[in-house]
Write a protein that binds this ligand. Structure first.
Ligand SMILES: Nc1nc2c(ncn2[C@@H]2O[C@H](COP(=O)(O)OP(=O)(O)OP(=O)(O)O)[C@@H](O)[C@H]2O)c(=O)[nH]1
Length: 384
């Protein structure tokens, strides 16, 4: 069996990366989320980095083309790491070490260019800084702040973590043991293992990105079935999925629970006099005001038309009335300021009592209170 040759491994890396970068748009389609787009761009720029490395080797070291292409490859490495970080931020929420990564991404190619004449410094500097960048990326796969929590993150973390370690090893080797490691294509075991790991990482990393993208698409599809697209609140189905367990928990632990049924007043008039667009804007604003005033754990839904429901766990009568009063005053100000006209709503409020065994009973009582609020002249709260 012939020995592993770094040049062949390097070429294989580039071919694989290029194939992925070219074929991924066909696999993923053109309509991509910003996270998936950033991940795909990262892959394309990564293949650019390797191509620049291979091309640079065609010219003797210290020729301007060798220096330029090598520096371009470092710029590409920094850029592809930054793009992957952006993809992770979009998928998982704000990630740690954003500023350090930006600084590292900028100073790494600059230092590489300035240290170009001193091999040990150039290789040590670039590999050390790339290793830190990749370690930041590995860390960025952990502790998601969004609903994307799939195991793909751990695969990506493992790939990036091992890449970081081997990149660091290459840097140490280049800096302290220059004769052992005269250039990128030298058949040193660390070099060979790094290239094999790079190959595996690329395949597993791409699979992780595809799975992240699938998880994102699945969540979006699920949202379509439980979220009202106009207001972003839950729809009737989402309401029963979230309000039923909240009710059961309050029943089991004998904790207070309030339910508010809300209905905009004379909404038909808004549509008739100001147009359907104005009606939609009023519904959106109402949803926004509800969200603004709600606490984590409150369940907010648009049940249909101009009818809304809010479930307030751990909320007694006084706190529920204060919540409703805040909605009324905020809406009054916001409607005039944002829409140029005001509108009101009627509300029915009720609380879980000892003999309420299901959510439907509570909802019926809130609806009866709402009906009374309408019949007593609207723009008010009735409690039952
Ligand atoms: N713009 C807009 N209008 C909607 C939407 N869904 C329902 N509507 C309208 O909401 C209006 C509801 O009218 P009604 O049920 O008569 O209620 P109302 O005019 O608010 O009267 P009261 O509830 O008795 O105060 C209808 O004209 C519906 O067409 C929507 O998504 N957008």
């Amino acid at each position: 069996m012939t020995a592993l040759d770094p040049q062949t491994l390097l070429t294989l890396n580039v071919v694989n990366l290029l194939a992925l970068a070219i074929l991924l748009p066909f696999i993923m389609g053109q309509k991509l989320s910003s996270a998936a787009q950033a991940a795909r761009r990262s892959l394309i720029v990564h293949s650019g980095a390797w191509i620049a490395v291979i091309l640079s080797e065609l010219w003797p070291t210290n020729w301007w083309l060798n220096i330029s292409l090598s520096t371009v490859s470092m710029i590409c490495y920094s850029s592809c790491n930054w793009l992957l970080y952006q993809a992770l931020t979009n998928w998982l929420g704000e990630r740690p070490f954003r500023r350090p990564l930006i600084v590292l991404a900028i100073v790494m190619p600059i230092g590489y260019f300035l240290f170009f004449d001193t091999y040990a410094w150039r290789v040590g500097w670039a590999n050390l800084l790339i290793a830190i960048q990749v370690a930041i990326l590995a860390n960025a796969t952990l502790r998601p702040k969004t609903r994307l929590v799939g195991p793909w993150r751990y695969v990506l973390c493992l790939c990036l973590g091992s890449m970081s370690v081997f990149t660091l090893a290459r840097g140490v080797l280049g800096f302290f043991f220059e004769p052992l490691y005269p250039n990128f294509a030298a058949p040193h075991p660390i070099n060979l293992i790094s290239l094999v790991i790079a190959n595996i990482t690329m395949v597993l990393g791409s699979v992780s990105v595809l799975v992240a993208w699938r998880e994102e698409a699945e969540l979006q599809l699920r949202d379509l079935t439980v979220i009202d697209p106009l207001t972003g609140l839950l729809n009737r189905r989402g309401w029963s999925e979230q309000a039923t367990p909240a009710f059961s928990s309050s029943l089991r632990h004998q904790l207070p629970l309030a339910l508010l049924a809300l209905d905009l007043d004379f909404f038909k008039r808004i549509n008739d006099e100001r147009g359907h667009e104005a009606g939609d804007a009023a519904l959106r604003l109402f949803g926004e005001v509800l969200r603004q005033q709600a606490r984590t754990g409150d369940v907010l839904a648009r049940m249909g038309g101009e009818e809304f429901c809010v479930l307030l766990p751990l909320t007694d009568a006084e706190a529920a009335k204060a919540f409703e009063a805040r909605i009324r005053t905020t809406l009054e100000e916001a409607a005039v300021a944002r829409l140029g006209f005001s509108f009101s709503y009627s509300a029915g409020l009720t609380h879980r009592s000892a003999d309420d065994r299901d959510l439907e009973k509570l909802q019926l009582r809130a609806d009866e209170a709402l009906y009374l609020a309408k019949s007593e002249g609207r723009a008010r709260l009735v409690e039952r």
